[in-house]
Design a protein around this ligand. Structure first.
Ligand code: GDP
Ligand code: GDP
Length: 438
């Protein structure tokens, strides 16, 4: 059972760890004593939920600063936490937060393991309000349950299983992508007005790669994609038929190719917006950029035909960039010549970087540490306060902040900047939602 995901249960004595463990294992609750610190040994058991097997480890309490036996227990807990895939921090909602709970929390904030906070002994809904106090830990919204009566334990198990690494057995079923013999294929949309150099760029990009599969059934209807194996993984260029069999472009096809390019953005992981730098940034370029930005995928701006521009023209284009595409923030901007190949080698690393930002997952502990620091440095106006935050989704990174009241957008922009800086997310779209609590 070495490869099974590991779930570590931590918490001070008497909060109900053994009871929870027995509940999860479906055993009848027995041998639980009222005396603190009774469950000393680190117990490991095989458990299963929703078709996933995992190892459940009861870490036997957390008694920092006590006698030698206690210290040994603490070290064991720490080791269990570090090697776990998910940590359950169990708290007793009828008691509220104790100093010991805070000590455990400090450790949990330092590590990257995802943490689920369990507010135990919420035997009926009348206790529900107690859990708001527990949000102050900054480890996310507590899951309230009653280990003794079983209330809420199914929801907890759902949440646990969601956090497991993908099951290798399921990989083939999930991907459904015949071309991906590697781990993952990234979809790229090449977007731009006609004649900016998309086809030239595309042919140069695939010309340099070893393995190219043309005419993959497309991700959008009636389209044809090209898949390329690169050192950055498999890249799927979306809707590329027109780029290889270049035909004369008339008004109609111009319109339709634009419509299709925009559709391809919706299925893409990243978009390359190609701009003809000899014409400067046009309003149509601006509209395309807005559309990509709205689709929520990262964008890389390619200023093509750069070799044609003199010094003054280059300055002018960069000035226009700032004026017309400022809403793209710190998106990567590459100045290249698809015709000569100049600068094209920087494209794949820029793509890989944009994607890794797009897929970033920030550990809840780190996010809340950052939120605390940011609020210390600059508190929200009028007594506003972010109680805690979690990243609900990736692609793009989406953060939910729980606040005591509505926060002004200027303050949210400040928080967004802090998030981008702290977690290295300058070039990906980032979504921030605020929910009111309290
Ligand atoms: P541990 O030391 O953290 O492993 O805690 P135990 O599982 O031994 O539980 C300590 C005490 O809390 C026992 O008396 C349990 O019956 C009680 N307990 C555990 N879960 C619940 C619960 O959900 N509701 C109530 N009311 N009591 C609980
Ligand atoms: P598409 O309609 O966006 O696919 O554009 P094409 O790739 O067909 O290019 C349109 C025209 O621009 C062609 O004549 C290309 O040779 C030319 N072109 C493409 N890239 C460059 C470049 O970097 N520099 C120059 N000077 N011309 C280019």
């Amino acid at each position: 059972m070495t490869d099974l995901p590991v779930v570590a249960i931590v918490g001070r004595p008497n909060v109900g760890k053994s009871t929870l463990m027995n509940r999860v294992l479906g055993k009848r609750v027995a041998i639980v004593e009222e005396k603190p610190g009774v469950t000393r040994d680190r117990k490991e058991e095989l458990a299963e939920w929703a078709g996933r097997s995992f190892t459940l480890v009861d870490t036997g309490g957390w008694m920092a600063g006590g006698n030698q036996l206690d210290q040994k227990v603490s070290r064991q807990s720490e080791a269990a936490i570090k090697s776990a895939d998910v940590v359950l921090l169990v708290l007793d909602a009828t008691v509220g937060l104790t100093e010991e709970d805070e000590r455990v929390t400090k450790l949990l904030r330092r590590i990257d393991t995802p943490v689920l906070v369990v507010a135990n002994k919420v035997d009926d809904t009348s206790h529900e309000s107690l859990i708001w106090e527990l949000m102050g830990l900054g480890l996310g919204e507590p899951i309230s349950l009653s280990a003794l009566h079983g209330r809420g334990t199914g929801d907890l198990l759902d949440r646990i299983v969601e956090l497991f690494p993908a099951d290798p057995d399921d990989a083939e079923l999930e991907s459904g992508d015949a071309s991906s013999d590697g781990p993952k294929t990234t979809s790229i949309a090449l977007v731009g007005r006609p004649n900016v150099g998309k086809s030239t760029l595309f042919n140069r990009l695939i010309g340099e790669e070893r393995s190219v599969v043309h005419d993959m059934p497309g991700t959008t209807r009636d389209s044809v994609d090209t898949v390329v194996e690169t050192e950055f993984g498999n890249l799927r260029f979306v809707d590329t038929a027109g780029m290889r069999r270049k035909s004369k472009i008339d008004e109609d096809t111009e319109y339709f190719s634009m419509v299709r390019a925009l559709q391809s953005v919706d299925t893409a992981d990243v978009a390359l917006l190609v701009i003809d730098a000899t014409e400067g940034i046009t309003h149509q370029d601006q509209r395309l950029a807005e559309r990509i930005d709205g689709a929520g995928c990262p964008i890389i701006v390619v200023l093509n035909k750069w070799e044609m521009l003199d010094e003054e023209a280059r300055k002018e284009v960069m000035y226009q960039m700032g004026r017309m595409l400022h809403f793209l923030g710190e998106a990567a901007v590459l100045r290249i010549s698809a015709l000569t190949g100049r600068g094209v080698h920087r494209l794949l690393p820029a793509l890989a970087d944009a994607i890794s930002q797009y897929e970033t997952r920030v550990p809840t502990g780190k996010l809340n540490e950052m939120l605390r620091r940011a609020q210390q440095a600059q508190p929200a106006p009028h007594g506003g306060r972010i109680l805690y935050g979690t990243q609900g989704a990736t692609d793009p990174p989406t953060f939910t902040l729980f606040a005591n009241k509505d926060l002004p957008s200027s303050y949210l922009r400040y928080i967004e900047r802090q998030i981008r800086e702290t977690f290295g997310l300058p070039a990906t779209p980032v979504k921030i939602r605020v929910r009111r609590r309290g």
